[in-house]
Ligand binder design. Sequence first.
Ligand SMILES: [Zn+2]
Length: 315
Amino acid sequence: MAPTEIIPGVYAIKGRFAGEFGFISSYLVMEGEEGLVIDPGTAGDPGEEIVKGMVGLGLNPKKSLIGILCTHGHPDHVGGAGRLRRVTGAQIMIHGGDVDLLEDPRLFIKHRLRLDAAERLAMKMDRSPLRVNYTGTKPDRILRQGDEIKIGRVVLKVIHTGGHSAGHCMFLDADRKILFSGDELNNLPDDSRKFYVDLTGSLTAKLAAIDEIASHDIEYLLPAHDIPHIGHDARLQIQDVRDGVTHFLDAVLEHVSLRGEIDIEQLAFDIRQSRAVPVPEELAPLLPTTLEVALHDLEKAGLVKADTHGIWKRI
Ligand SMILES: [Zn+2]
């Protein structure tokens, strides 16, 4: 879809609707003749639309685009990064915690998700936005907590969140109260994307990041899936994600208590059966991954423990 200017100089470029993944959104931040892309999306969607969109705005992408900022390294967000750099020469920037994934996308299925062999194969063949159908690439700049990315008068501060994945970052334009939240603050009511994380992520880190964000006055919340949130709605969404994550952790604890002893596969089954949290079919393979992360978070908090066979108990 053509770029839509949602705030002066900030354009949303939406991909096609992709089932439970919703619309994947890229953002283009322009200041004078210079621009930054945040999350290029998959190679074709909205990846390809970004260059077309810039041309449509009367810009020369080769001259104008100076940076490709990646909130994290998942395939639905960086699949198009290498191609966009080849076309524009813009620098790819990502946090160190997700560099391995940018360089070798096959690690996503191999090491970032808890999948059995059949699920691994299904994900390889799947046509969803999580499909790894591109080659890895090296970043030009490694982002760190507190870094500032500047174009003209626009300053984007890097906030390393590390909840959704080890290297996840959000980008804050404090002057204009704009937050590019990537996959850390996904929204929509009853949406399981609120709490999904990969095996390098942490729900505790996600909650800490939400608390830090709540201390800023955010007027525009711009997530990587679906629609922007403005004003009170932005603050409501931030609170809603916090509630969703807390509810998920409570549900995990409750189901461990109910069984007394439980492994992750049984826990995933019980949680789906009881409808304790929303788990759409398309995203069901991601549930055991998030459960493993949640259990380790609860273990650190002294609430559960596992034996050497992977059987979890309440403490
Ligand atoms: Zn993601």
